[in-house]
Design a protein around this ligand. Structure first.
Ligand code: HEC
Length: 157
């Protein structure tokens, strides 16, 4: 009887040890998977590793991960159309005319500026002019995108 009992205990221990091993292997795999995506800053990877792994082990993880991935690719590939760049970066000055900014739709204000040529306007948009900050304080938009916003702003009704 006691032999049977011991045998039963051994099986239990083995089962427990085995499940711990499985958890460790899974956790290790998740850690590795995660650090593989965060390579730029080793310190940051170190700092966020435990909590990120914890989130991944949560059963909601696939949804979270998918959401994050979609968001990332959306910011990378989203077409930055002039109207939305204007609405997020330029309208604050060019809708109100603050600090003497020529207002969107103010044909008169723009016509005198357009006479200097669109290239001059592109250049001031890129480099700034008076109270106009370089690139309208935007980051992450290309020169062509910025020029398209200038076109949009200058030609707006
Ligand atoms: C902080 C306020 C501010 C923001 C934000 C801003 N502008 Fe301006 N902008 C001005 C002011 C003020 C002027 C007039 C500068 C002058 O003529 O001295 C101006 C002038 C311009 C001009 C005419 C330049 C010229 O040579 O006559 C263009 C084009 C222009 N802005 C485009 C943009 C675009 C595109 C954005 C957004 C990406 C933007 N601005 C964001 C304030 C701003």
């Amino acid at each position: 009887m006691s032999n049977q009992n011991n045998a039963f205990k051994s099986v239990m221990y083995i089962a427990i040890l085995f499940s711990i091993l499985v958890v460790l292997v899974v956790a290790f795999a998740l850690f590795k998977g995660h650090t593989a995506t965060v390579t730029e800053d080793p310190d940051a990877a170190e700092r966020i590793r435990p909590s990120a792994a914890f989130i991944k082990m949560d059963n909601k993880a696939p949804a979270v991960a998918e959401g994050a991935a979609t968001e990332e690719s959306a910011t990378e590939t989203a077409p930055k159309d002039p109207a939305s760049i204007y609405a997020s970066a330029c309208y604050i000055c060019h809708d109100t005319g603050v600090a003497g900014a020529p207002r969107k739709g103010d044909k008169e204000a723009w016509s005198s500026r357009v006479t200097t040529g669109m290239d001059a306007l592109y250049r001031s948009a890129m480099n700034g002019k008076g109270a106009m900050p370089p690139r309208g304080n935007t980051t992450g938009i290309s020169d062509d995108e910025l020029k398209a916003v200038v076109d949009y702003l200058v030609n707006a009704d």
